[in-house]
Design a protein around this ligand. Structure first.
Ligand code: GLY
Ligand code: MN
Length: 462
C-alpha cells in the first residue's frame, strides 16, 4: 500500500458519511485476457478501488454498509495451481487487515445478499466483466444496470478524489519526473537522422518501464500533430516538419503525468512554424496567470480562445470581432478541444464515472451543441488541490477546413484563403500539469521540459 492504513480508513469513512445510507459496492478490476485466458493484458487495478483500499489484486469487491459501518472485502483465495505458476500472494484476510477492513468473505457470498431489499450504490461499470457480474448479481439487463448507477456515489467519489492530498501530490511529482525523462529523450531523438515515430514511441514505453512505471495512455507520437490522438507510425521523420509527442508516465501506484511537446525535426522552427508555435506558448502561459482558486476553468479556456483569436487575426487567419468569433466558436477550427482535464490516478481523472459529473456542475454545464465547446473536459471553479492539465493547441485539419469552407461555417471570422496556405502545417500542442495552490497555481514536476521556442532549439541542438 502506498499510504498509511489511516488514510484509507479515513477515505472510507468520508465516503460513508457523504453517501449516508444503503450499501456501497466498489468493484476492483479482474484480469483481462488478451488472446486466451492465461495471456492477459498487464493488470491495472480500478482507480477508485485503489483509492479506498490501496490493494492491487484482481477479483476483489469492497462493500460498505452505511447504516452499520461494516466493511467487507470480498475475494477468493488463489489455489495451489496459481501458486505453482505465479507464486504465493497475500491472502484476502491479510489484505483486509492491512487496509483496516474488519470483515472478509468469498465472492460467492456477495451473491447471497438480497439486493431487492437493499438500497444499493455502485459506480457505472466500464469493463464488461464487472458489468456481467452486476447483471448476474442484480438479475438485470445491461441497460437496467447502467441506469441503476448511483449518482450519490458518483458525486461523493468525485468530491473526494478531486482534491489531491500532499501525499498524492508527491506521487504525481514522481510521475512528472518520469514524464520529464521521457519527453527530453523524445525531443533529442526527434532530430536524429533515420528516426521513426514508432522507435520514439517504443523508447517512451521503455523509459517508463525502466522506472517501474507504465505509460499513462498510449503515447501520441506523430508528424501529423493535427490528428489529436495520432499514434506512432513506422514512417521515418521528415526534416522540416514538426513532431508532436503527447505522453505521460503512470507510477506503480497509478498516479499519472501528461505532457505534450512539439519539436522541429530539423532542429529549428521555420518562420511559419514559429508564428503558430509562439501563439501556443503564450496561450499556455496565460492559463498559468489566470488559474487560481475560485476561477472557473471554463473562463480560463475562453480567455485562451480570445488570445488565440487575436493572434490569429494578426496573422491574417481570422477576422472580425474577437468576442463574437469566440462566442460563435470560430476558433474551434484551430482548437477543437478544451484547455485541459483533471489528472490524478487516471490520466483523464475519473472519466469513467462520467465526464459531465467530474468536469462540470450546474453553474458550468458546457454547451453541447457547439463544436469545440462540446469537447471540453473540465470547466468547474478551481479549488486548492485540483490538478488539471494546461494544453492549448493550434491544428490545421485539412478535412475540417474543407468542410467548414464548403458549408460556410463561421465564414465571417475565418480567412479560408490564408488558412489554406497552412493546410499541410500539422499541429502544435504544449501541455503541462498544473496544481491549484492557495495563491494561484504551479506546474508539477521539479524540472521543466523546455517549451519556449528558443529553449527548445537550444536544448535539441546541444
Ligand atoms: N494527453 C492525451 C489527452 O489528454 O487526451
Ligand atoms: Mn492531456
Amino acid at each position: 500500500m502506498l499510504f498509511p492504513q489511516s488514510t484509507y480508513i479515513q477515505r472510507r469513512q468520508q465516503l460513508r458519511e457523504l453517501v449516508g445510507e444503503g450499501l456501497i459496492l466498489i468493484f476492483g478490476n479482474n484480469e483481462a485476457p488478451m488472446n486466451y485466458p492465461a495471456n492477459a493484458y498487464k493488470f491495472r487495478q480500478d482507480s477508485t478501488f485503489l483509492y479506498f483500499t490501496g490493494q492491487h489484486r484482481d477479483g476483489l469487491v469492497l462493500a460498505i454498509d452505511c447504516a452499520t459501518g461494516q466493511e467487507t472485502l470480498y475475494g477468493d483465495e488463489i489455489d495451489i495451481d496459481d501458486i505453482v505458476w505465479y507464486g504465493s500472494v497475500t491472502s484476502v484476510a491479510e489484505m483486509a487487515a492491512e487496509s483496516g477492513i474488519a470483515h472478509t468473505a468469498p465472492l460467492s457470498q456477495l451473491f447471497t445478499l438480497n439486493f431487492s431489499l437493499l438500497t444499493l450504490h455502485y459506480l457505472p461499470p466500464y469493463r464488461h466483466d464487472n458489468l456481467l457480474q452486476l447483471m448476474e448479481l442484480l438479475g438485470k439487463n445491461r441497460q437496467e444496470v447502467m441506469a441503476g448507477r448511483s449518482q450519490r456515489l458518483i458525486d461523493a467519489v468525485v468530491k473526494l478524489r478531486s482534491i489531491k492530498s500532499a501525499e498524492e501530490i508527491a506521487e504525481l511529482e514522481r510521475a512528472s519526473h518520469i514524464g520529464y525523462l521521457m519527453h527530453t529523450a523524445a525531443m533529442r531523438m526527434a532530430t536524429q537522422p533515420g528516426m521513426t515515430e514508432a522507435y520514439i514511441g517504443g523508447q517512451l514505453d521503455g523509459i517508463a518501464a525502466s522506472h517501474g512505471s507504465i505509460v499513462s495512455f498510449q503515447s501520441i507520437v506523430s508528424m501529423h500533430g493535427e490528428i489529436l490522438h495520432g499514434y506512432p507510425s513506422a514512417a521515418p521523420l521528415e526534416p522540416g516538419r514538426l513532431l508532436l509527442v503527447d505522453a505521460g508516465a503512470e507510477t506503480r501506484e497509478h498516479y499519472c503525468s501528461d505532457h505534450t511537446r512539439t519539436t522541429p525535426i530539423s532542429g529549428r522552427f521555420t518562420q511559419q512554424q514559429r508564428d503558430i508555435y509562439d501563439i501556443v506558448v503564450d496561450c499556455h502561459d496565460l492559463a498559468l496567470t489566470h488559474a487560481k482558486p475560485g476561477v472557473k476553468y471554463f473562463d480560463v479556456h475562453l480567455d485562451v480562445c480570445r488570445l488565440m483569436t487575436e493572434r490569429l487575426k494578426a496573422l491574417g487567419l481570422m477576422k472580425g470581432d474577437t468576442e463574437e468569433a469566440v462566442q460563435a466558436g470560430a476558433h474551434a477550427l484551430f482548437l477543437p478541444h478544451g484547455l485541459g482535464h483533471m489528472m490524478g490516478m487516471d490520466v483523464h481523472d475519473m472519466e469513467g464515472l462520467g465526464q459531465i459529473y467530474v468536469g462540470f456542475d450546474a453553474e458550468t454545464r458546457p454547451r453541447l451543441d457547439q463544436f469545440g465547446t462540446n469537447a471540453l473536459r473540465f470547466g468547474r471553479r478551481l479549488e486548492v488541490g485540483h490538478v488539471v492539465t494546461d494544453e492549448p493547441g493550434i491544428y490545421f485539419i485539412p478535412d475540417l477546413i474543407d468542410l467548414w469552407q464548403k458549408e460556410g461555417t463561421n465564414k465571417d471570422f475565418l480567412c479560408f484563403d490564408r488558412i489554406n496556405e497552412f493546410r499541410h502545417f500539422g499541429g502544435v500542442r504544449i501541455e503541462d500539469d498544473v496544481l491549484i495552490t492557495p495563491d494561484g497555481c504551479r506546474f508539477l514536476g521539479s524540472e521543466r521540459i523546455p517549451y519556449k521556442a528558443e529553449e527548445v532549439e537550444a536544448f535539441i541542438n546541444k
